[in-house]
Design a protein around this ligand. Structure first.
Ligand code: SF4
Length: 289
């Protein structure tokens, strides 16, 4: 049976990237009855505008409803938004940091969990679509050429959220690699139009995500330095305004302690490059491709 075939309520967690859009297209092509399909896009508020446009374009061109979700610090824990009303200045992410009173980091990646995974689960539970007795299938766009991520998902420990969903990875099961995805998009009449720097797309997921390599982050900061609103300003502001005991401490907290602060990167973006030579490997996470 096709790995894209639905068997009961199935959520396609659309990250806004090419790979997960490819997965969505395969699901649409391999199922006559889509009544069990829910497609979600969880926006952190720090996605690139091109990502938001791509999500909207997929929905319109493929005539598939995509539910836009955002974290809220209220009883529901989420809000359903749309392309017009979605946050574009990091508001959901900032609300989460204010609630937690500390910054996420490579070890404690609560942003992925709280801004994406939990938001999707809360939405499903609000509709009665996911229970412990009848967990949904959660399709995630992890490819066959990402073996470490595949193993991690297959062997992940049980969490408070995992009982509500069974993770499925149809791309990995179908043997789909990056070349398949690239070939697919080369033949489409539209595409994700994230800017490239030296031929590389750097700004997928949150624009200056702390899991990106230091050079990658710095390249974006440097390319952005003449903009009125620089992407790095938000990250620097979060680092300088972490709340402790209900007060802003300005204590120099960092998303990463093994590299310069975002403010330092902003300050030195004209001249410095060498200090980013190390620690340049990006770290993969649920936020996806
Ligand atoms: S892309 Fe990075 S910063 Fe954004 S939610 Fe995911 S891990 Fe956190």
């Amino acid at each position: 049976m096709s790995p894209y075939k639905l068997s009961g309520t199935t959520v396609v967690s659309f990250s806004g990237g090419r790979t997960s859009a490819y997965m969505l297209r395969q699901v649409l092509d391999n199922n006559d009855d889509l009544s069990d399909l829910v497609v979600t896009f969880a926006n952190t508020g720090k996605e690139h505008p091109a990502t938001l446009e791509f999500v909207q374009e997929c929905a319109e061109r493929w005539a598939v409803p995509i539910v836009w979700l955002e974290f809220r610090d209220d009883d529901a824990g989420f809000s359903v938004v749309d392309y017009a009303t979605t946050s574009r200045q990091g508001e959901p992410f900032e609300a989460l940091i204010r609630k937690r009173k500390y910054l996420p980091n490579p070890v404690t990646r609560f942003c992925t969990i709280d801004l994406k995974i939990r938001v999707i689960h809360k939405y499903l539970r609000s509709l009665g679509l996911s229970t412990e007795e009848t967990p949904v299938d959660m399709m995630t766009g992890i490819r066959a050429d990402e073996p470490r991520r595949v193993v991690k998902i297959r062997h992940r420990k049980s969490t408070s959220e995992s009982k509500w969903a069974t993770m499925v990875m149809p791309l990995a099961d179908a043997g789909v690699g990056i070349q398949d995805v690239t070939d697919f998009w080369a033949a489409q009449p539209f595409d994700l139009t994230l800017p490239t720097i030296n031929g590389r797309t750097l700004e997928g997921n949150c624009d200056l995500c702390f899991l990106k390599g230091a050079k990658q982050v710095y390249s974006i900061i440097a390319s952005d330095r003449d903009e009125l609103i620089r992407k790095g300003d938000w990250w620097a502001r979060m680092e300088s305004s972490v709340v402790s005991g209900g007060k802003f401490t300005g204590d120099g907290a960092r998303f990463r302690s093994d590299r310069p602060s975002y403010q330092q990167m902003l300050d030195y973006s004209d001249t410095q490059f060498d200090m980013f030579a190390d620690h340049d490997e990006s770290i993969a996470c649920f936020c996806g491709d």
